[in-house]
Write a protein that binds this ligand. Structure first.
Ligand code: NAD
Length: 350
């Protein structure tokens, strides 16, 4: 993968490769666009199959953050970081502090937060070396784990999608399949269960699925079966790429709405393929904005009521985008990107 050509193609401003020999930190920070404000986005610790895979991931994730914040109405740009390697072996306070020093050197152009395999305590370590970090623990004046807010936004996004596609204003009695029972999936399961939703779940980590089964009476299904279930809503809440030319023809749910970033393996074809099958897909960067809305408020002055209201607003935003897509004969993804582009263009002109 050619870095500069990829940056040009996807519109990135800056990509920083970080290496710290003392801790074996290997990280990439991608700043996609700072038109609306500093690039805020989480850091993900993952044992990628290759450096190329890590670069591809961080480029897509950071661009997603630009659109996520723009459509959510936040004065933030898009950025993301990936830390490469075996998290169990490598993640130490020293490594996190080394990462914090790299973030600090960017002088506030990039603000970090947690993502997959990074938690609030990790942000404390990163925060020892930089003030450009959010998602710190409540005990340190932070807003804590953002995933309950991400889940709240997804819950409201599911409501919007169910209203649009199935004409139902209540989720009670519906059946939702959740792929991935980590921080987001588990919190989402709790919200849906409280509304009388029947749940099927899966996770590659059996204990995570079992926890949701025990807490919310969910049925556990094999990881390779979850997308095939005849349910009302399929909710991808694991990692990206679960919607592909292989899985889309097998999906039976009329609605796909979940929290994972980069759900479409091929964003040029998979959004259209879902639409052609009559499946309403909630664009990931719109429905999963609850977390960034929460950490933004930590940065700008925290008020829990305001945060909750803003996150619940995802229901209205998605409802509008579904209607816009119908009116403009395009996919919800295209409608969402158009809205994001218009916001960025207006800011540039101003
Ligand atoms: P997490 O690491 O807590 O949970 C992910 C879960 O998915 C884990 O339990 C893991 O075992 C499981 N998993 C991984 N691959 C799987 C597969 N192929 N099939 C089934 N399960 C699988 O992460 P999280 O914070 O819950 O985030 C989940 C997704 O939501 C990620 O894509 C993340 O980028 C996105 N997201 C998270 C937040 C947030 O606030 N945490 C915000 C926005 C988007």
């Amino acid at each position: 993968m050619k870095i500069l050509s990829s940056m040009e193609e996807m519109g990135h401003e800056q990509v920083v490769h970080c290496y710290d020999p003392a801790t074996q930190l290997r990280a990439i920070i991608a700043i996609h666009n700072t038109t609306l404000g500093p690039a805020l986005g989480g850091s993900r610790f993952w044992d990628y199959a290759s450096e190329e895979a890590a670069l591809f991931d961080v480029l897509r994730l950071s661009r997603g953050m630009t659109y996520k914040s723009a459509v959510a109405g936040l004065p933030l740009g898009g950025g993301k970081a990936v830390l490469l390697g075996d998290v169990q072996r490598l993640k130490t306070p020293q490594l996190l502090q080394a990462f914090g020093r790299f973030v600090n050197r960017l002088g506030g152009r990039y603000i970090t937060a947690e993502d997959v395999n990074m938690c609030v305590e990790d942000m404390t370590e990163v925060g020892k070396e930089t003030r450009f970090v959010t998602g710190k623990p409540h005990s340190q004046g932070g807003s804590g784990d953002p995933s309950p807010y991400t889940a709240l936004g997804i819950y409201h996004g599911i409501r919007a999608a169910v209203q649009h596609r199935l004409g139902k204003s209540s989720l009670s009695g519906l059946h939702v399949a959740i792929q991935g029972c980590g921080s987001v999936g588990r919190n989402l399961a709790g919200l849906l269960h409280a509304q009388g939703v029947q749940l099927s779940v899966c996770d590659i980590a059996a204990a995570n699925a079992q926890r949701v089964a025990d807490q919310y009476g969910a049925r556990i299904v094999p990881v390779d079966q979850i997308h095939r279930l005849a349910v009302d809503v399929l909710s991808p809440c694991a990692l990206g790429g679960s919607l592909s030319s292989v899985t889309i023809p097998e999906i039976q749910a009329p609605v796909v709405a979940g929290g994972a970033n980069n759900q479409l393996l091929n964003e040029n074809t998979d959004g259209k393929a879902l639409q052609e099958r009559g499946i309403l897909w909630a664009p990931d960067f719109v429905i999963n904005a609850g977390g960034v809305i929460n950490v933004y408020h930590e940065w700008s002055g925290y008020d829990e009521k305001k945060v909750t209201q803003a996150v619940m607003g995802i229901e209205k935003t998605l409802g509008e985008l579904f209607l816009q897509a119908e009116k403009e004969h395009c996919t919800p993804l295209e409608a969402s990107m158009r809205r994001g582009d218009a916001i960025l263009q207006r800011a540039k002109s101003a």
